[in-house]
Design a protein around this ligand. Structure first.
Ligand SMILES: Nc1ncnc2c1ncn2[C@@H]1O[C@H](COP(=O)(O)OP(=O)(O)O)[C@@H](O)[C@H]1O
Ligand SMILES: [Mg+2]
Length: 439
């Protein structure tokens, strides 16, 4: 007997789950009752201490036995992310064993709420992303974001996703450890490696994003600085601080996370405009990831950040007024890719292409001879990347085609809704950490 009565307490259910054989029919039935049952919407928050940790470990090991593309898996992952955020606890399997050491006296980089240090883990080169906490008020909020990031990232294993190794409390109070990416981020890499095959790098990025979207994960902060290049010169998606699971009602929104600072150049207009008619929360979606991917395409092929000619605050208004970046002169930006970039920038998120279409377009351009629709279709179904061998970095890139005559180039469209309401500018500036001017 594994179903529950409405009166059964969460702690009794956790106990019963713990007594059942994981993945057995009874276990799955009881877990489903919790994950789908209306009575258990706030299951996690009523569990305390060791009971919460027991449930977290049960959920974590249950996920190991599930198909990642199943609805139950997504429900389970969402529940795990929620309870870990609420309790600031993490599954035991996420903790690294001893052997972590930091190198040097200065962090290699500093981000939103963490510093990134270089280090070693049992002799292996690693990056240690350590929380930077100034006061105890920040601590709880930051720990919550930390736990949510870790839970999602830990489940993402793909050649074009930065490998996550675990969480450690040994060297810093709380840190997440990943493989060290010696070549830095893609924005820096393409400027220091002019010979790099940029189209192949974009195929890596799109493959990583396809994997995420197939796993129903929205990246939420896709941009050059969050794409790292490994020792073999392959691009890996990083920074899952804003990642959410599709339809996750708890996904972090742009205005409260504080993590949007500096990302405006890659952000879709629906995320920039807090007065979007449909939502009071401007939540990242697959469609906003697609917008950001097009900005990354312009960044990588153009060699500088999107809208490099404008300051951050100006970019927001330009985007909302329908202005788009110039076409990069790189031969790899063919007419076909440029058209695809423009469809990714459709004002209407529902009209933007799916990731498989973008990847398809990049593949077709990079490998015009080898490309077969069936191959790419098969790739879209298998969460393993790159079927096609990577060309030597010095080799030829895409067959350049003639640039489109000026008259054929897609024009920047002006949107009808202008950011002219009185308080809107102040709110946008605040959202990006700029002090609104006094009127
Ligand atoms: N595994 C890594 N290897 C090398 N550098 C890294 C690694 N992880 C992060 N970094 C560096 O730290 C920066 C910030 O890391 P990120 O995860 O994006 O944190 P934040 O959420 O603070 O932006 C990156 O842009 C990159 O320069
Ligand atoms: Mg980052």
């Amino acid at each position: 007997m594994s179903s529950t009565s409405a009166t059964e307490s969460p702690s009794t259910i956790v106990q019963r789950l713990g007594d059942l054989k994981p993945a057995s029919p009874q276990f799955n039935e009881l877990l489903k009752t919790v994950l789908y049952g209306r009575n258990y919407a706030d299951f996690g928050s009523s569990l305390k201490g060791h009971e919460a940790l027991a449930f977290i470990d049960i959920l974590d090991s249950a996920l190991e036995n599930m198909q990642p593309d199943s609805d139950l898996y997504r429900k389970g992952l969402r529940a795990l992310r929620k309870i870990c955020g609420q309790t600031r606890l993490l599954p035991t399997t996420h903790m690294l064993a001893d052997g972590l050491e930091k190198s040097g006296d200065m962090p290699a980089a500093s981000g939103g709420f963490a510093d990134v240090w270089r280090g070693t883990y049992n002799g292996r080169q690693v990056a240690i992303k350590a929380l930077r906490i100034y006061n105890t008020d920040d601590l709880q909020q930051v720990k919550k974001l930390f736990c949510k990031e870790v839970v999602v990232w830990r489940r993402l294993s793909h050649a074009n996703v930065l490998p996550f190794l675990g969480v450690s409390t040994a060297v810093f109070r709380l840190s997440m450890v990943s493989e060290w990416m010696s070549n830095g981020n893609i924005s820096h890499y393409v400027t220091t490696h002019p010979e790099a095959n940029r189209l192949e790098l974009l195929i890596d990025v799109a493959s990583g994003l396809q994997f995420l979207h197939m796993a129903q994960v929205v990246h939420g902060d896709l941009k050059g600085p969050n794409i790292l290049i490994n020792d073999s010169g392959r691009a890996c998606l990083a920074d899952f601080g804003l990642a959410s699971i599709t339809s996750d009602p708890l996904s972090v929104n742009a205005s409260t996370s504080g993590a949007t600072h500096g990302s405006a150049r890659w952000m879709a207009p629906e995320l920039l405009n807090p007065e979007h008619p449909d939502q009071d929360v401007n939540r990242p979606t697959e469609a906003s990831d697609i917008w950001a991917l097009a900005m990354v395409m312009v960044e990588v092929l153009g060699g500088h950040v999107p809208f490099h000619e404008f300051r951050n605050e100006v970019v927001i208004f330009k985007v909302m007024a329908g202005v788009r970046p110039e076409r990069p002169t790189n031969a790899a930006m063919t007419d076909e890719i440029w058209e695809m970039v423009h469809s990714c920038w459709n004002e209407d998120p529902t009209k933007r292409p799916k990731i498989s279409e973008v990847l398809d377009c990049l593949q077709r351009t990079a490998h015009p001879d080898e490309y077969k629709t069936t191959t790419v279709f098969a790739r879209a179904l298998v969460p393993e990347p790159t079927v096609i061998e990577k060309k030597p970095s010095s080799g030829p890139i895409a067959q350049p085609r003639a640039a489109a005559p000026q008259s054929q180039k897609p024009k920047a469209r002006q949107i009808s809704e202008k950011p002219n309401s009185p308080g809107l500018m102040d709110r946008i500036l605040k959202m990006f950490g700029c002090v609104p001017s006094t009127r």
